[in-house]
Design a protein around this ligand. Structure first.
Ligand SMILES: Cc1cc2nc3c(=O)[nH]c(=O)nc-3n(C[C@H](O)[C@H](O)[C@H](O)COP(=O)(O)O)c2cc1C
Length: 518
């Protein structure tokens, strides 16, 4: 019998702040900001309200991009170029919403990110043919020739060959991360998480497949990260939380090979160096990048492997936990390990804790299917007692083959599409992005109803995910969506600019008409 308190016990971070329980809603790009990036808006507020009233120990925002020219999928939240009361205000409101009511002690963390070479053509916020910045001029997808010609053409269309960063570019990125941190600090967030995973810029510097520089940033591949961490610590108070999301070197439970083991050892060696800085509060363990999106594995692929009770990256995080206990004395506070990926059942959660795979448990997709997960688990514990061997998923996963598989020629397309892994992961992301928007809509309607559906003190707008939306439907709904009020504002600006332009042209051509036409 495992103590129920295990899941809801407090955890102390090295900076002195306390996480009130082990359940963490991890970063998920929302696709809700204005086209080509912007601040959070009303739909973000509604979405985060849905999470914040359910006792998560920590809520991490979707990635907030530090560079407007290096977005991920085009509708990211972006750090404003200049921090003023006005530009900070929307982020302040977001932090307030995440903190919830006075009784809540949920920590609000802003994830800071730079997409580097994974910033797509045009969608990334640049004019066509303007290259993104990256450690070296190695195009994203260059290593994907084995996936065939469709994949190659797809990657070439979407991603340009990046420009290798000069030392001035690197200095600039360091100061952009500092600006992002100041935004978080001034808007009332408890801390930031640096995205050093999934093939984003900071991870690109760590990987030999994207970093082929010959300067000190290649000899010491952690140099950029260490500069960013130091620069951040120089400007924040001691109790400000600084976390990182780190890759296992693409290691997963699905494949074991010598190459993977070597990558894992390299990642562990990196992390030993990082923890020796004594400046990091938590380390989230994940894996994969856009070329090989292992972080988006479907749980069914994991439950079919040898251990249905383990999260995707549990073996690696267990090794990190061991390394931490040998490197820190009992008086020290080591960084907390946050394990994310594939935690779908109560048994997954309890195994991760009892087997010492992690201190904190990261929930991504299930936090969309089940935004009130902490409340539900607490309630079930009270009623049912020990949940530690319960292998029932919190909620069913969507079947994204739907719509594709039943109709021709969709069936043909679907059979070929998964070969481009990026598309496979993109379809999954699209489905969850659409469901996040739906969740925000439900939450807003519930607010407008005057919270009339409150039962036993808990919000009962409860999202029923729309499982009838298949892969194709999700892609269309994700990309065709526009935020109407925002569109009107943009259209007005565009119209006014067009009228001014026509007037100037008219006056100008009138003044010179004789010269022009005679
Ligand atoms: C729609 C969607 C958006 C995501 N956006 C981010 C992101 O902005 N930053 C990040 O670090 N991970 C992101 N992820 C990955 C998740 O944080 C998490 O690592 C992954 O979903 C595995 O956890 P899960 O099995 O609990 O979903 C995203 C995942 C999804 C489904």
């Amino acid at each position: 019998m495992v103590s129920n308190d295990l899941l809801f016990s407090e955890q102390l971070l090295p900076c002195g702040k306390v996480v009130s329980n082990r359940l963490v809603k991890v970063a998920m790009y929302e696709h809700l900001s204005s086209i080509l990036g912007g601040p959070p808006n009303k739909i973000h507020y509604a979405l985060y309200s849905a999470w914040s009233e359910h006792n998560w120990g920590m809520i991490i925002t979707g990635n907030v991009q530090i560079s407007r020219e290096h977005l991920s999928l085009g509708r990211d939240m972006v750090v404003p170029k200049i921090l003023t009361d006005k530009t900070i205000q929307p982020f302040r409101k977001l932090a307030r919403i995440i903190h919830g009511n006075q009784a809540s002690d949920c920590l609000a963390i802003m994830q800071l990110s730079h997409a580097g070479r994974q910033s797509g053509n045009i969608l990334g916020g640049r004019l066509p043919f303007v290259s993104p910045l990256a450690p070296s001029a190695v195009r994203f997808g260059q290593n994907k020739r084995d996936e065939g010609i469709i994949s190659d053409v797809f990657h070439r269309l979407l991603f340009q060959t990046p420009k290798a960063m000069s030392s001035a570019d690197i200095d600039n990125v360091v100061s952009e991360f500092v600006r992002g941190t100041l935004l978080a600090l001034r808007s009332g967030f408890d801390g930031v998480q640096l995205h050093v995973a999934h093939g984003y810029l900071l991870a690109q510097f760590l990987s030999p497949k994207s970093n082929i520089r010959t300067d000190e940033y290649s000899h010491d591949s952690l140099l950029l990260l260490s500069r960013v961490v130091k620069a951040i610590r120089d400007v924040v108070p001691a109790d400000f939380i600084l976390g990182i999301k780190f890759n296992t070197g693409d290691y997963s439970v699905l494949e074991e090979s010598e190459a993977k083991t070597a990558q894992e050892e390299r990642a562990l060696a990196h992390l030993r160096q990082v923890v020796a800085w004594r400046t990091i509060d938590f380390i989230e363990i994940s894996g994969g990048d856009y070329e090989n999106p292992e972080f988006m594995l479907s749980p069914s692929s994991v439950t079919s492997t040898k251990n249905a009770r383990q999260a995707f990256f549990a073996q690696f995080s267990a090794k990190l936990m061991k390394a931490l206990s040998s490197e820190f004395s009992s008086n020290d506070r080591p960084p907390l390990v946050l394990l994310t990926g594939g935690l779908r059942t109560p048994a997954h959660l309890y195994t991760a804790l009892t087997a010492h795979h992690a201190h904190l448990l990261g929930v991504g997709r299930s936090s969309v299917l089940c935004p009130n997960l902490p409340t539900v688990l607490k309630h079930r514990q009270t009623v049912e007692g020990d949940l530690s061997s319960d292998l029932t998923p919190f909620r069913p996963e969507p079947d994204l083959c739907l719509l594709f598989s039943r109709r021709r020629p969709c069936e043909w397309i679907w059979r070929h599409v998964p070969k481009v892994r990026l598309i496979g992961a993109g379809v999954g992301m699209a489905w969850y992005a659409v469901m996040m928007r739906r969740l925000a809509g439900e939450r807003k309607r519930w607010d407008n109803d005057g919270n009339s559906r409150k039962i036993e003190g808990h919000a009962q707008y409860f999202l029923e995910p729309d499982y009838s939306v298949g892969g194709l439907g999700a892609i269309i709904r994700m990309w065709m969506w526009v935020n109407a009020p925002e569109l009107q504002q943009k259209q007005m600006t565009f119209l006014i600019l067009l009228i001014i332009f026509c007037l100037v042209l008219y006056i100008h051509s009138g003044g010179y008409s004789s010269q022009l036409f005679l």
